[in-house]
Design a protein around this ligand. Sequence first.
Ligand code: GCO
Ligand code: MG
Length: 409
Amino acid sequence: MKITAAEVIVTSPTRNFVTLKITTDEGLTGIGDATLNGRELAVAHYLKDHVAQLLIGKDPHAIEDMWQFLYRSSYWRRGPVTMAAIAAVDMALWDIKGKAAGMPVYQLLGGACRRGLSTYGHASGRDVEELFDSIRAEQEHGYTAIRVQTSVPGIKALYGVAAQKQASGERYDYEPAQRTAQPAEEDWDTRAYLRHVPTVFEAVRHEFGPEMILLHDGHHRMTPLQAAQLGKSLEPYDLFWLEDCTPAENQEALRLVRQHTTTPLAIGEVFNTIWDFKDLIREQLIDYVRAASTHFGGISPLKKVMDYAAMYQVKSGFHGPTDVSPVGFAAQVHVGMAIHNFGLQEFMPHSEKTNSVFRQQLTFEGGLLHPGDAPGLGVELDEKEAAKYPYQQAYLPYNRLNDGTVHDW
Ligand code: GCO
Ligand code: MG
């Protein structure tokens, strides 16, 4: 079998997605996700201008060799643009291999280790009442584990918290693609945040009891000592994990946090390679790997990092926001099925429009997510539907302190 075409499809059904489609001389096609939220076209061009022509004539079955070739031959390693482009090729080739074998990808990775993946949903509120409603709505949707984000008195606009009450039945998309020429500006005050968050978790535990699995995302906004303080103050509320407590580049920060708190730590949604996790895993400074297949070079390296993590009892907590396309999401669900050290999968359902472009086999029943048993990844791209939604410039918001200083994401 030989690759005969590689096309890049950009579509924006409620938000932008970049998909690579690889075609073979035997008529099999495979798709991969290359979506980098807010910087989508950089990856689309990397693929179109630098990678597509390298694929033509190559054997689609040689996935590992293709990965190593794209990673090593470019000289310039790592980085989110490069790794999202490599991820798309890797996923598309696994998709083709699955279709050629007549098997879902998780079977090729070793087969199912479980009936399906436990997931967590997102709840948020501007006050405790609104938060409780949001938690109840998530429970009704079948989630037993819930990430709790909340407004903080004194902070006007905060990422991950809906600015107005949702109409009944409507779910808030926590990562709206802001289709504006400039990113929205939000504000931030770490002291106010550190004071407020423990009171919210106390209220949630009081209302919902000890069993509910609770998580919280710090979005890289604390210093090591502040993160240690938060971890410590949340210990009575038994979090499943505290996510991205400090900026990811300073990995030594986790050593300090770890010395002060037993709150489990998850990190790595902005990491690109296994090397970003190497020391954190070996030194057992984290408990959950937050990588997403799309930003981590695809299925092949995600499986590798998890096999390495298994030696240290570190588990998966793959990043599953709506800015990972249904293709990238399916890719990591297949990995989650096949690894022994699965932890918990973030699951934010995509919009109806997105689901009309990406036809999926995914099911979420009885609290468990399953990628389906269609050969390959189990996602088909409807190109006609995709063409209805052209790219639109979109940005993530950012935040400034009271005095105007730009703060960590
Ligand atoms: C999460 C993430 C998202 C990211 C988003 C950025 O835990 O789901 O932090 O909220 O901000 O994916 O593109
Ligand atoms: Mg996060």
